[in-house]
Design a protein around this ligand. Structure first.
Ligand code: MG
Length: 275
């Protein structure tokens, strides 16, 4: 990405801030068209292109209720971190370094999309998480450079099949435990210009709060995990970082509704369906 486009994205974010607070970006489908937009109340101001590439309002306005919101970003890669809240560790010692892993881009789905339980699955859990969206190319980044390279944040669900992840018949890698189709819900909005270091994260299963913790409780904060990752892997605009889940998790069943609600961002809602 050129310096000019990075500045363009930042300028758009600033231009769209104001009375309504931090800018909220979406990707949406209307009919057969897919476009990017900025949320303004119950309306979407369509952008000339991807907000990560400096897309600007093109004058077209849609009603939020008339569009299908998609995952707000189509990432080139998705990294995630394990064991990043003390409340999720139980008696396990905190990791000596950020415990990163990959989720495949193919598992990403959008708000309201069903999480499909694969036929052979028996123990699929939610993991409500803050997700950082990379806005600049980062390689061997310092923590300061990593912080400056975050475009914004959104909600994610690191859906996990516990038996494939750690049961007696577990796989060597978490390719299906955390990478089966639809195991990466994302959205509904990417929020830029928000301090994401102390936001309350809540997950609800069928309306009942099942996870509740502030992002200030992360063991490795967002700049630290991004700087660490960038020592090995170049991060590009649009790449995602799932930042870990707090507390304990439970199995989801067909007919359930799971919601990841992060203060200042929005609610990512997905129904559970059998394959
Ligand atoms: Mg997770």
């Amino acid at each position: 990405m050129t310096r000019r486009t990075v500045l363009g994205a930042a300028t758009t974010a600033m231009a769209l801030q104001g009375q309504n607070g931090p800018a909220k970006y979406v990707r949406f489908r209307k009919g057969t068209r897919v476009a990017y937009g900025a949320l303004a109340g119950e309306e979407i101001r369509e952008l000339s292109g991807d907000f990560l590439k400096g897309g600007k309002p093109n004058g077209t306005v849609h009603k939020l209720k008339d569009v299908k919101l998609l995952a707000p970003v189509a990432p080139g890669k998705v990294v995630a971190i394990a064991r990043n809240y003390k409340s999720h560790l139980g008696t396990v010692a905190p990791p000596a370094r950020p415990e990163m892993f990959y989720k495949p881009v193919a598992c990403i789905c959008g708000p309201d999309d069903p999480i499909i339980l694969p036929k052979d699955s028996t123990d699929v859990h939610y993991e409500g998480e803050l997700v950082a969206v990379i806005g600049k190319k980062l390689k061997n980044a310092s923590k300061e450079q990593a912080a400056a390279g975050v475009f914004g944040v959104t909600c994610g669900n690191d859906v996990s099949e516990r038996q494939w992840q750690g049961g007696p018949d577990k796989d060597i890698q978490w390719w299906r435990a955390k990478g089966s189709d639809t195991f990466g819900p994302l959205g509904p909005y990417v929020v830029a210009g928000i301090d994401y270091g102390k936001l309350m994260l809540r997950t609800r299963l069928n309306g009942k709060v099942v996870q509740e913790q502030s992002t200030s409780e992360l063991i490795y904060d967002v700049p630290t995990m991004i700087a660490f990752t960038s020592k090995f892997v170049t991060l590009e605009p649009g790449d995602l970082v799932y930042t870990g889940t707090p507390g304990t998790t439970k199995k989801m069943s067909p007919g359930d509704m799971v919601e990841v609600d992060i203060e200042g961002i929005g609610v990512l809602r997905n129904p559970i369906k059998a394959e």
